[in-house]
Design a protein around this ligand. Structure first.
Ligand code: TTP
Ligand code: MG
Length: 416
């Protein structure tokens, strides 16, 4: 059996913005590339490792970087491109891990616990991941492999670029002991002197201090934080990506459709799909969007903010019913789509919001009535999810689905 009861990867791209520039502009490869504002007044975002040997660093004024590295090639940043690369990167990570927690554009935690039977030992998997990142994106990354998030994050940064650093279970304290106090999470340049004044310059010093002694000198909260981490104790979970911005569904039809009843009928299964996906992923949506592409390929979208964050088909249907009033349903339509956006995690406290500007006026009704109605439908639809999961999706149909099957002529309506 494996010695690893928990495996966390932290992956961080090497000289991210600068490497993307070198990748996209081959003439920059092997050169000291400094990404920063176009004027001398800006600061350096990052620089290639070739520029780092001159002492150039992130957040340094461009003026200073020019002095340190006169031969440096200064390029303005292209945020859109970095964001696009980041998206591909995070997608690639999700091939390896069920839970990916992005920390910024170029770094993420991957929960790798339980992946050994599939991928083999974590060190080997980390190498495969590095190779996959290179083969797919032509970029290098460094990986930290550890039994928890804190150590994984420290590890990925230790031997850059192209580093692979493993801290095996049972070696946490010896791994951390020699590291300087600056490696502690949450200890910035302003706090470092407080530790130094107490003679604490390494994580090992924290390990050999007693918790009450630290609490007395640093306060309870900071003392507990640093003592636990220095001893390699970190139980925080990798939080699944919150990058989902919207959940949508759309269909293109062989024959154009038109008229409100037909469009409503076509929207119903899409709404069910979106609502089920919201519940499955643990989101509520604060906005809903309707998209229609007409036969002549012109596209119209209409959206509104919801009175309260929603995750039932019932609520989405009402909102989309309001949005349908805002489009021309008489013109032939080739595509209909809907999307829930502005997503929040399910646990987030729910508040009845006041109407936002631009909200459809028909939504105004008694908040209390709506709240009760919403809760009833949530319970109902969650129950349907559970029954469907257990007995299959054909087990339960809404009344309108049954009607559709039974009496062909009747078209289901949103207000059924
Ligand atoms: P980092 O991962 O901190 O830096 P890096 O990827 O450039 O270099 P390495 O990890 O190999 O040390 O940050 C990721 C990107 O975030 C970086 O490419 C540019 C941007 N960034 C800034 O814009 N300003 C900053 O002060 C820092 C630190 C980063
Ligand atoms: Mg980086």
């Amino acid at each position: 059996m494996s010695e690893w009861s928990r495996i966390v990867f932290h992956v961080d791209m090497d000289a991210f913005y600068a490497s993307v520039e070198q990748r996209d502009h081959p003439e920059l490869r092997g050169k000291p590339v400094i990404v920063g504002g176009p004027s001398n007044r800006g600061v350096v975002s990052t620089c290639s490792y070739e520029a780092r040997v001159f002492g150039v660093k992130s957040a340094m004024p461009v003026m200073q970087a020019r002095k340190l590295c006169p031969q440096g090639i200064f390029v303005p940043g292209r945020m859109k491109q970095y964001a696009a690369v980041s998206k591909k990167l995070m997608l690639l990570f999700s091939d390896f891990a069920p839970d990916v927690e992005p920390l910024s554009l170029d770094e993420a935690f991957l929960e790798m616990t339980g992946t050994e039977p599939l991928f083999g030992p974590p060190e080997k998997t980390a190498r495969v991941l590095q190779k996959r990142v290179w083969d797919t994106l032509e970029l290098h990354c460094s990986v930290g492999v550890a039994p928890n998030k804190y150590i994984a994050k420290v590890a990925s940064d230790l031997y850059k670029p192209r580093g692979l650093t493993v801290c095996a279970p049972g070696t946490e304290r010896t791994f951390l002991a020699p590291l300087p106090i600056e490696r502690m999470w949450g200890v910035g340049p302003k706090t470092v002197p407080r530790f130094h004044a107490l003679g604490l310059t390494t994580l090992g010093h924290l390990q050999s201090s007693s918790l009450p002694w630290l609490e007395e000198r640093l306060g309870r909260s900071l003392a507990n934080h640093v003592w636990h981490l220095a001893n390699g104790l970190d139980v925080r979970n990798v939080q699944r990506s919150r990058t989902a911005k919207s959940i949508g569904a759309e269909r293109t039809y062989d024959k154009d459709i038109q008229g409100r009843p037909t469009i409503e009928a076509k929207l119903l299964p899409l709404i069910d799909e979106i609502a089920a996906s919201l519940r499955k992923k643990g989101f509520r949506s604060k906005g809903i969007r309707l998209k229609v592409k007409y036969a002549d390929f012109t596209q119209v979208t209409r959206q509104l903010k919801l009175l309260a964050p929603a995750q039932t088909a019932h609520e989405l249907r009402r909102a989309l019913g309001d949005l349908l009033l805002k489009i021309d349903v008489k013109r032939p339509i080739r595509l209909v789509g809907a999307a829930a956006f502005d997503l929040i995690e399910e646990e987030a406290p729910q508040q009845m919001s006041l109407l936002d500007e631009g909200q459809v006026s028909e939504q105004v009704s008694s908040n209390e009535e709506r709240g009760e109605d919403r809760r009833r439908h949530e319970v109902l639809e969650h129950t349907l999810d559970a029954v469907r999961q257990k007995f299959g999706s054909a087990t339960l149909m809404r009344g309108d689905d049954l009607l559709r099957g039974g009496r062909k002529k009747r078209t289901p309506r949103f207000d059924d």
